[in-house]
Design a protein around this ligand. Structure first.
Ligand code: PMM
Length: 271
């Protein structure tokens, strides 16, 4: 999954694809480089981000979704708003990626249930403005799995098909670096969360996140995200070999290769 952030302020690529034309060309490039899905988002979720209103979000994403879906790409809409998801689906998007897992907009569950499309349920504890205050866990993997299971039960209760649900541990969202590493190392527990319909496909969004820069940094501080793409590829290989269904990344070619390597690796293990 290649990321198309139509925002002026996303963490690693804010502003680069902010105009519709730039975003559309970028989405086409990501697909040509091997992305199976392009994820179009209009609202930044970087730590401390202030929310934009629905009209502005629609203004940003709709032309991009329309053009990329019209060009035959599989488009995911990255939004916390049911109304934005609905309009994007009508414009040709094939799936919904909701970083709040349905918590930010109570209409989202009914919308995806009625639309019958794949829905990414990410683990989330609150909006970006103050999310680190909520990064308190005894056992992060068990708690994230349990909270995702509760979201899935709520979604199924309003009619969502569990076979269309994809789970995501939400790396960096109300999580400190140690939490992210624990979740990555125990992905199987995230997929096998305590719900009758488990295991679920898992999506991982590690690309260029701050915890990678912290690992690679030195005494002068974290390494800038521009130097984190090789480590993202390493994480992609490990996550895919551990069974992740999808990785959400900014730079596609190396990650697409890593997914192929992991698939071949798994094929050998299964012999
Ligand atoms: N991370 C960001 C945005 N959307 N969606 C999912 N499902 N998982 C994520 O981890 C995720 C996401 C923030 O990253 P960016 O601003 O660098 O694109």
């Amino acid at each position: 999954m290649g990321v198309v952030n139509v925002t002026p302020d996303s963490f690693s690529d804010g502003g680069r694809w902010f105009g519709a034309d730039e975003a559309i060309s970028h989405g086409l490039e990501l697909a040509a480089a091997g992305a199976d899905i392009v994820d179009v988002g209009g609202e930044s979720t970087r730590p401390g981000a202030v929310r934009i209103d629905e009209a502005e979000e629609l203004r940003r994403v709709l032309p991009v979704v329309t053009a990329l879906a019209g060009a035959g790409l599989t488009v995911s809409i990255d939004t916390m708003r049911a109304r934005v998801a609905e309009r994007a689906l009508a414009a040709g998007a094939a799936m919904v990626n909701d970083v709040s897992g349905g918590l930010a907009d109570e209409a989202m569950g009914r919308l995806v249930a009625a639309a019958g499309v794949p829905y990414v349920v990410m683990h989330w504890r609150g909006h970006s403005a103050d999310m680190y205050e909520r990064a308190v866990y005894q056992d992060v993997v068990r708690e994230v799995a349990a909270e995702l299971a509760a979201r899935i039960s709520a979604l199924v209760a309003v009619g969502a098909d569990p076979r269309l649900l994809i789970v995501d541990p939400g790396l960096g969202f109300a999580k400190h670096p140690a939490h992210n590493w624990a979740l990555l190392a125990r992905l199987g527990e995230v997929a096998g969360l305590p719900h009758p319909a488990a295991p679920f496909p898992v999506l991982i969004g590690a690309s260029r996140k701050r915890f990678i820069g912290r690992l690679l940094g030195g005494p002068d501080g974290p390494r800038p995200f521009t130097g984190c793409d090789d480590a993202t590829v390493a994480l992609t290989a490990l996550a895919a070999a551990a069974g992740a269904w999808c990785v959400r990344v900014h730079a596609v070619p190396g990650n697409a290769d890593a997914v192929k390597v992991a698939a071949r690796w798994q094929q050998e293990l299964a012999r």
